[in-house]
Design a protein around this ligand. Structure first.
Ligand code: NAD
Ligand code: MG
Length: 403
């Protein structure tokens, strides 16, 4: 329900899930440029009390959610002392609550990982405009999620820059004449590194993405190209195409954000500077356009645009994602769960970079066949695969502290 104001177009009410993250910050940056069009209804975070406090002071949401209880108490105390009227809620269930509020029209789903599944799904079930950054939710629950969107009249706008680009390059309705989706990816920081030294790379080297500034998890995913693998699965669900119709194209400059190739020989692409405020502004304003604060692309500054085919030997995670999607829904859940455990343990120096694909391969070997039809089965496969991944680390690393 949009917020009414006398004599003006009602403001759209927004809930930002994962407000303190990289996408959350970019979203609030765009919203701050349009105070007459949007009103922040709820902001959520996991543990970052100070950042969420500052955001509450700037945007005056009705609700602030902190999943961690102690952090929620600390936030409530600070807000009270500052005379704020924002109500603080805590716990994971509150995320679903603020995703489905009647005052909320649009939900930015920007929690990282499987933790975003239930709140993103709650927004779809409540018929909101779901601005989906949380690709892991769609990888885990593809059919269930798309059914929830359709059955509840929700709008699904992709935030992932590639999918936003594809959305902009697809026909207005349906997909008549579409031959192939060309999903671009930079190849990350290790595209040209000697493959025999990949086992030595440190977390700091892996998160140093050449073009994009992002959260830690997606940065490691970009280094292994699991991010592109998750995006292949994401694109299959969003655009209802088989994985065989999706070609990954390595494009190191990240200027073309993806393309659609048509049967008449046309290729339509979306280009821009690598700045997530562009897809965020597009999803907020769709079908209109608003200022995103992003510099215009300067073609005379672009030295060149390069393209190459992906190398599955260098990036086995990308191959595993294609395999998983072929195998079915349970395999995609296993892929995602094992990857989340692997990335967390890599970031904490418990496994090395080349062990990430080993954990994922192990998870795929153990995944149930077929596709889950109910949420409970999704959550069970997710939990099982996490346990198997932890066990793999314990057995292979001969140490007891596994995250
Ligand atoms: P981030 O790590 O910077 O932020 C994550 C946010 O989620 C934070 O607000 C954090 O408080 C919250 N969060 C973390 N764990 C949580 C939990 N257990 N429960 C509730 N909230 C939790 O991540 P990011 O880079 O902003 O990415 C967010 C999502 O967007 C990811 O799914 C990522 O793949 C996707 N995405 C990000 C980018 C980018 O440029 N950063 C681009 C495309 C897609
Ligand atoms: Mg992307």
């Amino acid at each position: 329900m949009a917020v009414e104001q006398a004599g003006q177009t009602p403001k759209k009410g927004i809930t930002v899930l994962g407000a303190t993250g990289s996408i959350g910050l970019s979203t609030l940056d765009v919203l701050a440029r349009h105070p007459n069009d949007y009103q922040v209804i709820a902001l959520t975070a996991n543990t970052q009390t100070d950042v969420l406090f500052q955001q509450c002071q700037a945007f005056h949401p009705k609700y602030a959610v902190m999943v961690d209880e102690a952090s929620a108490e600390a936030l409530a105390e600070k807000l009270n002392a500052a005379g704020s009227s924002t109500e603080v809620l805590s716990g994971a269930a509150a995320l679903e609550q603020v995703a489905a509020l009647p005052e909320t029209d649009y939900v930015m789903a920007a929690i990282v990982g499987a933790a975003g599944l239930l709140p993103s799904l709650a927004a779809a079930k409540a018929g909101k405009r779901v601005m989906l950054a949380n690709k892991e939710a769609l990888v885990m629950s593809g059919k269930l999620f798309m059914d929830a969107v359709r059955d509840n009249g929700a709008e699904l706008l992709p935030i992932d820059s590639e999918h936003n680009a594809i959305f902009q390059s697809m026909p207005v309705q349906g997909k008549a004449g579409v031959k192939r989706i060309l999903l671009t990816g930079s190849g990350g920081p290790f595209r040209t590194r000697d493959i025999d030294t990949l086992h030595e790379v440190t977390p700091a080297q892996a998160v140093a993405h050449p073009n994009w500034s992002m959260g830690q998890k997606i940065s490691v995913d970009s280094a292994t190209m699991m991010n592109k693998g998750l995006e292949v699965i994401e694109a299959c669900w969003l655009f209802d195409v088989p994985s065989s119709q999706i070609q990954v194209v390595i494009h190191p400059q990240s200027t073309i954000h993806s393309m659609v190739s048509y049967i008449d020989g046309s290729v339509i692409a979306q280009l821009g500077n690598p700045d997530m405020r562009t897809p965020i502004a597009y999803a907020l304003a769709w079908p209109q356009r608003i200022d995103a604060g992003v510099d215009e692309l300067d073609f005379f500054q672009l030295a060149r645009l390069d393209f190459e085919a992906p190398d599955f030997n260098r990036f086995p995670c990308l191959k595993f994602a294609y395999d998983a999607h072929q195998m079915g829904g349970y395999a995609s859940i296993a892929l995602n769960a094992a990857n989340e455990i692997a990335v967390e343990n890599f970031l904490n120096h418990r496994i090395n970079f080349t062990e990430i694909p080993q954990l994922i391969e192990n998870a795929l070997e153990q995944a149930s066949s077929g596709t889950p039809l109910v949420l409970e089965d999704i959550l069970i496969q997710d939990a099982d695969s996490r346990e198997q991944a932890r066990l793999w680390i314990k057995n292979n690393k001969k140490q007891t502290t596994v995250l």
